[in-house]
Design a protein around this ligand. Sequence first.
Ligand code: 6GU
Length: 236
Amino acid sequence: MNFHVMTLFPEMIRSGMDTSIIGRAMASGILSLEAVNIRDYTLDKHKKVDDYPYGGGAGMLMQAQPVYDCYHAIVQRIAESGRKGQKARVIYVTPQGKTFQQQMAKEFAREEDLIFLCGHYEGIDERVLEQIVTDYVSIGDYVLTGGELPACIMTDAIVRLIPGAMNDESSALSDSFQDDLLAPPVYTRPAEFNGWRVPDILLSGNHAKIREWQEKVAYERTKTLRPDLLGEQGDF
Ligand code: 6GU
Protein backbone atom coordinates (compact mmCIF):
# COMPACT_ATOMS: atom_id res chain seq x y z
CA MET A 1 0.00 0.00 0.00
CA ASN A 2 1.21 3.49 -0.83
CA PHE A 3 0.54 6.58 1.26
CA HIS A 4 1.08 10.07 -0.12
CA VAL A 5 0.74 12.96 2.30
CA MET A 6 0.42 16.51 1.00
CA THR A 7 1.64 18.86 3.70
CA LEU A 8 3.50 22.08 4.46
CA PHE A 9 5.36 20.22 7.23
CA PRO A 10 6.71 16.98 5.71
CA GLU A 11 9.12 16.45 8.63
CA MET A 12 6.18 16.08 11.00
CA ILE A 13 4.94 13.18 8.92
CA ARG A 14 8.35 11.57 8.44
CA SER A 15 9.39 11.76 12.07
CA GLY A 16 6.02 10.43 13.17
CA MET A 17 6.15 7.45 10.86
CA ASP A 18 9.76 6.29 10.64
CA THR A 19 9.71 4.25 13.82
CA SER A 20 8.26 1.01 15.12
CA ILE A 21 5.74 -1.06 13.19
CA ILE A 22 5.31 1.45 10.42
CA GLY A 23 9.05 1.82 9.89
CA ARG A 24 9.40 -1.94 9.69
CA ALA A 25 6.57 -2.29 7.20
CA MET A 26 8.17 0.41 5.07
CA ALA A 27 11.55 -1.33 5.21
CA SER A 28 9.99 -4.63 4.19
CA GLY A 29 8.35 -3.05 1.13
CA ILE A 30 4.76 -3.80 2.17
CA LEU A 31 4.24 -0.11 2.55
CA SER A 32 5.54 3.13 1.11
CA LEU A 33 4.97 6.57 2.50
CA GLU A 34 5.92 9.86 0.89
CA ALA A 35 5.45 13.21 2.57
CA VAL A 36 5.16 15.76 -0.24
CA ASN A 37 5.84 19.41 0.49
CA ILE A 38 3.04 21.52 -1.00
CA ARG A 39 5.37 24.52 -0.95
CA ASP A 40 7.56 22.86 -3.60
CA TYR A 41 4.71 23.37 -6.08
CA THR A 42 3.97 27.05 -5.63
CA LEU A 43 4.53 29.22 -8.69
CA ASP A 44 5.01 32.27 -6.49
CA LYS A 45 8.56 33.57 -6.67
CA HIS A 46 8.70 34.07 -2.91
CA LYS A 47 7.41 30.52 -2.34
CA LYS A 48 4.22 31.88 -0.82
CA VAL A 49 1.38 29.37 -0.39
CA ASP A 50 -1.18 31.42 1.59
CA ASP A 51 -3.19 34.61 1.29
CA TYR A 52 -5.95 36.62 2.98
CA PRO A 53 -9.55 35.38 2.80
CA TYR A 54 -11.93 37.13 0.39
CA GLY A 55 -14.74 38.75 2.34
CA GLY A 56 -12.49 39.31 5.34
CA GLY A 57 -12.03 37.25 8.48
CA ALA A 58 -9.16 36.17 10.67
CA GLY A 59 -6.03 34.43 9.51
CA MET A 60 -4.70 33.19 6.21
CA LEU A 61 -5.86 30.51 3.80
CA MET A 62 -3.88 28.03 1.73
CA GLN A 63 -4.14 28.90 -1.95
CA ALA A 64 -5.55 26.54 -4.55
CA GLN A 65 -2.68 26.44 -7.05
CA PRO A 66 0.10 24.80 -4.99
CA VAL A 67 -2.30 22.17 -3.64
CA TYR A 68 -3.70 21.46 -7.09
CA ASP A 69 -0.29 21.05 -8.72
CA CYS A 70 1.03 18.98 -5.82
CA TYR A 71 -1.94 16.62 -6.23
CA HIS A 72 -1.34 16.24 -9.96
CA ALA A 73 2.35 15.52 -9.43
CA ILE A 74 1.39 12.69 -7.05
CA VAL A 75 -1.23 11.30 -9.44
CA GLN A 76 1.36 11.32 -12.20
CA ARG A 77 3.92 9.49 -10.04
CA ILE A 78 1.33 6.84 -9.18
CA ALA A 79 0.52 6.40 -12.88
CA GLU A 80 4.22 6.11 -13.72
CA SER A 81 4.40 3.22 -11.24
CA GLY A 82 1.72 1.47 -13.30
CA ARG A 83 -1.20 2.15 -10.96
CA LYS A 84 -4.32 4.26 -11.45
CA GLY A 85 -3.51 7.63 -9.87
CA GLN A 86 -6.79 9.25 -10.89
CA LYS A 87 -8.64 6.63 -8.90
CA ALA A 88 -6.79 7.22 -5.62
CA ARG A 89 -8.95 8.53 -2.81
CA VAL A 90 -8.00 11.95 -1.50
CA ILE A 91 -8.64 12.34 2.20
CA TYR A 92 -8.83 15.90 3.48
CA VAL A 93 -8.16 15.86 7.20
CA THR A 94 -10.41 18.46 8.74
CA PRO A 95 -12.45 18.85 11.94
CA GLN A 96 -15.43 19.38 9.61
CA GLY A 97 -15.17 15.82 8.30
CA LYS A 98 -16.83 12.55 9.21
CA THR A 99 -15.34 11.05 12.38
CA PHE A 100 -12.63 8.46 11.70
CA GLN A 101 -13.53 5.03 13.04
CA GLN A 102 -12.24 1.46 12.83
CA GLN A 103 -14.71 0.66 10.06
CA MET A 104 -13.28 3.50 7.98
CA ALA A 105 -9.72 2.28 8.68
CA LYS A 106 -10.71 -1.15 7.33
CA GLU A 107 -12.20 0.38 4.22
CA PHE A 108 -9.12 2.53 3.54
CA ALA A 109 -6.80 -0.46 4.16
CA ARG A 110 -8.18 -2.05 0.99
CA GLU A 111 -6.90 0.78 -1.24
CA GLU A 112 -3.64 0.57 -3.14
CA ASP A 113 -2.90 4.28 -2.92
CA LEU A 114 -4.21 6.84 -0.45
CA ILE A 115 -3.58 10.56 -0.70
CA PHE A 116 -3.91 12.69 2.44
CA LEU A 117 -4.26 16.44 2.30
CA CYS A 118 -3.23 18.27 5.47
CA GLY A 119 -4.57 21.76 5.91
CA HIS A 120 -3.00 24.57 7.87
CA TYR A 121 -3.81 28.15 8.78
CA GLU A 122 -7.55 28.80 8.64
CA GLY A 123 -8.26 26.39 5.82
CA ILE A 124 -7.81 25.76 2.10
CA ASP A 125 -9.44 27.54 -0.85
CA GLU A 126 -12.74 25.72 -1.40
CA ARG A 127 -12.30 25.42 -5.19
CA VAL A 128 -9.38 23.00 -4.99
CA LEU A 129 -11.16 20.92 -2.35
CA GLU A 130 -14.17 20.57 -4.65
CA GLN A 131 -11.90 19.44 -7.47
CA ILE A 132 -9.78 16.81 -5.75
CA VAL A 133 -11.14 15.67 -2.37
CA THR A 134 -13.12 12.42 -2.15
CA ASP A 135 -13.35 12.06 1.67
CA TYR A 136 -13.54 14.64 4.47
CA VAL A 137 -12.34 13.02 7.68
CA SER A 138 -11.89 14.28 11.25
CA ILE A 139 -10.35 12.45 14.22
CA GLY A 140 -12.76 13.88 16.78
CA ASP A 141 -14.51 16.96 18.05
CA TYR A 142 -11.62 19.21 18.98
CA VAL A 143 -9.52 21.60 16.94
CA LEU A 144 -5.83 21.09 16.15
CA THR A 145 -3.40 23.49 14.48
CA GLY A 146 -2.96 21.31 11.41
CA GLY A 147 -3.81 18.03 9.76
CA GLU A 148 -0.40 16.33 10.20
CA LEU A 149 -1.08 14.61 13.53
CA PRO A 150 -4.49 13.37 12.34
CA ALA A 151 -2.87 12.07 9.12
CA CYS A 152 -0.28 10.16 11.22
CA ILE A 153 -3.01 8.76 13.44
CA MET A 154 -5.11 7.58 10.51
CA THR A 155 -2.06 6.13 8.74
CA ASP A 156 -1.11 4.18 11.86
CA ALA A 157 -4.63 2.78 12.23
CA ILE A 158 -4.72 1.75 8.56
CA VAL A 159 -1.19 0.31 8.35
CA ARG A 160 -1.72 -2.13 11.17
CA LEU A 161 -4.62 -3.67 9.23
CA ILE A 162 -2.50 -4.38 6.15
CA PRO A 163 -1.66 -8.10 5.95
CA GLY A 164 1.97 -8.69 6.89
CA ALA A 165 2.51 -5.28 8.51
CA MET A 166 2.19 -6.62 12.05
CA ASN A 167 4.30 -9.28 13.80
CA ASP A 168 1.29 -11.15 14.97
CA GLU A 169 -1.55 -11.18 12.44
CA SER A 170 -4.09 -12.36 14.96
CA SER A 171 -3.47 -9.49 17.35
CA ALA A 172 -5.24 -6.99 15.09
CA LEU A 173 -8.25 -9.26 15.28
CA SER A 174 -8.38 -9.34 19.07
CA ASP A 175 -8.31 -5.56 19.30
CA SER A 176 -10.91 -3.36 20.78
CA PHE A 177 -13.58 -2.45 18.19
CA GLN A 178 -12.85 -5.40 15.95
CA ASP A 179 -16.26 -6.91 16.82
CA ASP A 180 -17.69 -3.67 18.16
CA LEU A 181 -16.53 -4.67 21.63
CA LEU A 182 -13.71 -3.47 23.85
CA ALA A 183 -10.86 -5.93 24.35
CA PRO A 184 -10.84 -8.05 27.54
CA PRO A 185 -8.18 -7.35 30.23
CA VAL A 186 -4.84 -9.10 29.70
CA TYR A 187 -2.21 -10.42 32.14
CA THR A 188 1.38 -11.62 31.98
CA ARG A 189 3.86 -13.15 34.44
CA PRO A 190 4.13 -13.32 37.39
CA ALA A 191 0.87 -15.07 38.30
CA GLU A 192 0.83 -13.09 41.52
CA PHE A 193 1.99 -9.47 41.89
CA ASN A 194 1.72 -7.62 45.22
CA GLY A 195 -0.82 -10.24 46.26
CA TRP A 196 -3.02 -9.62 43.19
CA ARG A 197 -3.63 -12.82 41.30
CA VAL A 198 -4.25 -13.41 37.62
CA PRO A 199 -7.80 -14.79 37.16
CA ASP A 200 -7.57 -18.58 37.73
CA ILE A 201 -9.35 -19.40 34.50
CA LEU A 202 -6.43 -18.01 32.47
CA LEU A 203 -4.06 -20.49 34.15
CA SER A 204 -6.41 -23.45 33.59
CA GLY A 205 -5.22 -24.39 30.11
CA ASN A 206 -8.85 -24.87 29.03
CA HIS A 207 -8.94 -22.82 25.82
CA ALA A 208 -12.68 -23.06 25.24
CA LYS A 209 -13.43 -21.86 28.78
CA ILE A 210 -10.82 -19.11 28.50
CA ARG A 211 -12.37 -17.84 25.28
CA GLU A 212 -15.82 -17.90 26.86
CA TRP A 213 -14.52 -15.93 29.85
CA GLN A 214 -12.81 -13.38 27.61
CA GLU A 215 -15.98 -12.84 25.60
CA LYS A 216 -18.06 -12.42 28.74
CA VAL A 217 -15.65 -9.91 30.29
CA ALA A 218 -15.30 -7.99 27.00
CA TYR A 219 -19.06 -7.68 26.85
CA GLU A 220 -19.38 -6.55 30.50
CA ARG A 221 -16.61 -4.02 30.03
CA THR A 222 -18.23 -2.62 26.93
CA LYS A 223 -21.58 -2.37 28.70
CA THR A 224 -20.00 -0.42 31.58
CA LEU A 225 -17.49 1.77 29.75
CA ARG A 226 -18.93 2.17 26.24
CA PRO A 227 -22.62 1.27 26.21
CA ASP A 228 -22.93 3.33 23.01
CA LEU A 229 -21.04 0.56 21.18
CA LEU A 230 -23.88 -1.80 22.09
CA GLY A 231 -26.45 0.70 20.89
CA GLU A 232 -27.33 1.68 24.46
CA GLN A 233 -27.54 5.05 26.11
CA GLY A 234 -24.69 5.90 28.52
CA ASP A 235 -25.00 7.69 31.89
CA PHE A 236 -23.18 10.77 30.67
CL1 6GU B 1 -8.55 15.84 10.85
N1 6GU B 1 -7.65 18.25 11.42
C1 6GU B 1 -7.50 19.30 12.22
N2 6GU B 1 -6.79 20.35 11.81
N3 6GU B 1 -8.05 19.36 13.44
C2 6GU B 1 -8.76 18.31 13.82
C3 6GU B 1 -8.94 17.17 13.03
C4 6GU B 1 -8.36 17.18 11.82
N4 6GU B 1 -9.70 16.29 13.69
C5 6GU B 1 -9.99 16.87 14.84
N5 6GU B 1 -9.43 18.07 14.94
